[in-house]
Design a protein around this ligand. Structure first.
Ligand SMILES: NC(=O)c1ccc[n+]([C@@H]2O[C@H](COP(=O)([O-])OP(=O)(O)OC[C@H]3O[C@@H](n4cnc5c(N)ncnc54)[C@H](O)[C@@H]3O)[C@@H](O)[C@H]2O)c1
Length: 404
């Protein structure tokens, strides 16, 4: 089954929605995994990548497997190199085999790419180029990044409790256009003979219209509020962005639309983040604002993302990078990748029940007090990446879906 952009799917509201799973313990032997007779089969491409990528993917794969098998779903995995790992093996950051396998699968789960080793490579040989090409190759233009402050982690936020408590927002970022891809780009010399570097922020109407529709649909199923972030007071590309957003808004009279300049949005996100429900913005502003939003939640290690196109497989990945400073030390927080696996089930495969099992298990694990270093606070239990994964597995195994 090829995944596609499910505009009618419920928006991903990770974790804070009323717990869909009861805490009743499954009595041993009463409810067994139905892996023996799977009714649904999907092919998943795993791209562990670099740094902490392989650590978090290995944990997330186990969680994905268990949640899926309970729901009678069977996965066939293919694991391929991307980023620095691919550079070392094949000399390029996105081998053709990797892209082809990704395109032919039902969903792609990525760890992270990058590291000191390849930092000085020429641009076309940087791990990051591999990731951009992957997104481009899969034509995933809509990036959904939820940022939810969990009650259990309010104190891990850098903001005051009263500011952080209850934050639940979604950043819808345009992913395949704008300044990261615009041409002309490059290096040269100006009229004074000085060296210059330049890029182009450019958007065509169809690129804005399709991301706008994703954002309006997402907002419609959340609290019905959409804030479009741009820099229309200075940039022509942003003036055009605003014009198209307002044109598409006519199709969604039930959604309350507002506009905000990006500098103000950056400020408002730390001043009063609860004012936001759904944010839609271009590639570069979305990159920056979603990282800022992540810190409100306590740790970049908690946040998943989904990148979706009009057809073909979706790309699911934590928003963090390869964290070379903690790679190989079993210190990484695997929850962002585990929650990305939940998004994969929900948005990529339409397997909502299996997704709910994972979301609930993550909440349960946090409720029990388990914390990796990035979200640790006094009185909680410090665990490593693997142990956190094992605790989530225990919760997936011991929780049963509440009767509807
Ligand atoms: N999507 C991606 O693969 C992606 C995204 C961002 C950065 N990168 C790459 O990652 C490398 C490192 O970049 P960076 O340091 O700017 O960002 P980063 O996200 O890798 O790390 C930033 C900080 O957050 C911590 N951190 C990140 N993920 C964590 C987790 N799961 N658990 C606990 N702590 C975590 C790190 O230890 C570090 O202190 C660079 O090569 C960069 O290009 C890749």
């Amino acid at each position: 089954m090829a995944a596609c952009l499910q505009l009618n799917a419920k928006p991903f509201s990770p974790l804070l929605s009323p717990n869909p799973v009861s805490t009743r313990t499954r009595k041993s032997g009463r409810i067994s995994c139905s892996a023996a007779s799977p009714s649904k089969r999907h092919t998943i491409t795993l791209l562990p990548g670099d740094g902490i990528g392989p650590e978090v993917i290995s944990v997330a794969r186990n969680v994905l497997n268990l949640a899926a098998s309970i729901e009678g779903i069977e996965f066939k995995y293919q694991e391929l190199p991307v980023g620095g790992a691919a550079l070392d093996l094949t000399g390029v950051p996105l081998p053709e085999e990797t892209l082809l396998a990704a395109k032919q699968s039902d969903a792609v789960l990525l760890g992270a790419i990058g590291g000191y080793k390849w930092d000085k490579n020429e641009k076309h040989l940087k791990p990051e180029t591999g990731l951009l090409k992957l997104r481009e190759g899969l034509k995933v233009f809509a990036n959904l990044r939820p940022a939810t402050v969990l009650p259990q982690l309010v104190d891990a936020s850098t903001l005051k409790r009263e500011v952080a408590e209850g934050v639940d927002l979604m950043v819808v970022r345009e992913l395949t256009g704008g300044i990261y891809f615009g041409k002309p780009r490059g290096f040269g010399t100006n009229e004074n003979g000085e060296e210059i570097g330049f890029n182009t922020e450019v958007y065509a109407a169809y690129e804005i219209d399709r991301i706008a529709r994703v954002a309006f649909e997402t907002a419609r199923k959340r609290k019905g509020k959409l804030c479009s972030v741009d820099k229309a007071n200075v940039l022509e590309a942003s003036m055009f962005w605003r014009k198209r957003i307002m044109a598409i808004a006519l199709e969604y009279p039930d959604v309350e639309l507002s506009h905000m300049y990006v500098d103000n949005a950056a400020m408002q996100l730390v001043r009063d983040p609860k004012q936001f429900d759904t944010i839609v913005t271009n590639n570069i502003f979305g990159d920056i604002l979603s990282d800022e939003a992540s810190m409100i939640t306590g740790s970049i290690g908690m946040l998943p993302s989904a990148s979706l196109g009009e057809s073909g497989p979706g790309l699911f990945e934590p928003i963090h990078g390869s964290a070379p400073d903690i790679a190989g030390q079993d210190k990484a927080n695997p929850l962002a990748t585990i929650l990305s696996a939940a998004m994969l089930l929900k948005y990529g495969l339409g397997e909502e029940n299996a997704a709910k099992r994972i979301e609930a298990a993550v909440l349960d694990t946090l409720n029990k007090g388990f914390r990796t270093g990035d979200i640790y606070s006094a009185g909680t239990k410090l665990v490593g990446c693997k142990e956190m994964g094992e605790e989530v597995l225990k919760s997936v195994d011991s929780l049963v879906l509440s009767p509807v």
